[in-house]
Design a binder for this molecule. Structure first.
Ligand code: CAA
Length: 257
């Protein structure tokens, strides 16, 4: 499939989607988001892919939703737009998605990175929800995911006062997994993706579901879900293979079933 605003490729078992609107600092309009999600959903059902990486370029992961496209929008136009639904589509992707972030990850761009499962950041990455500066507020998860990631006090500053987090602050507050030099951020994200993609696929899928359930449920329901998913894995060939490989001191050969 050919796209206008994104580039896609597969490296080993990692599917990579690069947002490619550099002149607008990868500002996200509905077409960019629809293409991005179509590509991720295609990788999600591709057996050759075990993990995905979403990235931008060195200067910008994405500087937010496209302000020029929204400036004249009415309430009804926003209400009827499929734009923000695209962030919800990301939640339904079953394979792990890693954001490889360099430069600006602002507004909808920060919300996109936070909707991924992990974030690998370059030293130049900056995270922020500056919507308050243009008379609005985050609309694609910023108030919810930022608060869950960094806590209420800091989230209030980020959302109410447009404070940016540097890469090192983002690491300190638990928003990102690791920070690496600019020339390595994509390579590092792909390397992490390869490691995950080589693991037992059904266990990876259910483990991702269980971790993400933390944000949706009570501890008791989360523990019950975790237990059911854990037991379910005993119906897979890969559980027998993994445990047999351990006992016989050999590397496992996963079948994904
Ligand atoms: N939408 C549309 N165009 C954007 C954009 C955005 N979010 N961010 C940057 N651009 C465009 C600029 O308009 C400029 O285009 P022109 O050359 O045609 O003028 C180009 O990208 C380069 O940007 P700057 O000249 O501004 O670059 P800079 O280095 O001086 O500043 C910046 C960089 C601090 C990121 C600045 O561009 C900026 O503040 N951008 C807007 C950030 C923002 O407010 N994001 C939130 C958007 S609202 C949102 O995301 C809602 C939601 O929750 C879904």
């Amino acid at each position: 499939m050919s796209y206008e605003y994104i580039l896609t490729r597969v490296d080993g078992r990692v599917g990579i989607v690069q947002i490619n609107r550099p002149k607008a600092l990868n500002a996200l309009n509905v077409d960019v988001m629809m293409e991005l999600m179509s590509a991720l959903e295609a990788f999600d059902v591709d057996e050759a892919v075990g993990c995905m990486v979403v990235t931008g370029n060195e200067r910008a992961f994405a500087a937010g939703a496209d302000i020029k496209a929204m400036a004249e929008a009415t309430l009804v136009a926003m209400l009827n737009s499929p734009m923000i639904d695209q962030w919800d589509r990301l939640q339904k992707v079953t394979k792990p998605v890693i954001a490889a972030v360099s430069g600006f990850a602002l507004g909808g761009g920060c919300e996109l990175a936070m909707a991924c499962d992990m974030i690998v950041a370059s030293e130049s990455a900056q995270f922020g929800q500056p919507e308050i500066n243009i008379g609005v507020m985050p609309g694609a998860g910023g108030t919810q995911r930022m608060t869950r990631a960094v806590g209420k006090a800091l989230a209030m500053e980020i959302v109410l006062n447009g404070r940016f987090l540097s890469a090192s602050e983002a690491l300190q507050y638990g928003l990102v997994n690791r920070v690496v030099p600019v020339e390595l951020y994509l390579e590092e994200a792909i390397k992490l993706g390869q490691q995950i993609a080589e693991r037992a696929p059904v266990a990876i899928r259910l483990a991702k579901e269980a971790v993400n359930a933390t944000f949706e449920t009570t501890l008791q329901s989360g523990l019950a879900l975790e237990r059911r998913l854990f037991y379910m894995l005993f119906a897979t060939a890969d559980q027998k293979e993994g445990m047999d490989a351990f006992i016989n001191k050999r590397p496992p050969a996963w079948r994904g079933e």
